[in-house]
Design a protein around this ligand. Sequence first.
Ligand code: SF4
Length: 109
Amino acid sequence: MAPTLMFKQLAGETDWIDAARCRGQSPKYDYAIDGESAYDAADRLMFAARRCIACPVMAECREFADSNRSLVSGVFGGMIYKPGMGRPVDPIQHRKTARINASRKGQTK
Ligand code: SF4
């Protein structure tokens, strides 16, 4: 679920959501998209996370995600939150791991 949609579901409307750079960008920030390979998803998530760097509400977003770790998934505040996982993952590390895992399974783009 895109961060801005998740914010509305979990936190209700807040002023800072209106300034979110990912607003209207669903599903680019979602952890998974049906039919997408793990390889492509890792690329997409890394590029989405890079956009967070210029987001004016990055700090608020990270605070929100860290307070709702068991519920969020996808890109929040420049990090990747895996569904049901506690700690966020650095997007570059996530991409490396996804590529290694895909390679081991014989998967490519
Ligand atoms: S930091 Fe990233 S995920 Fe969070 S609101 Fe901004 S663009 Fe969206």
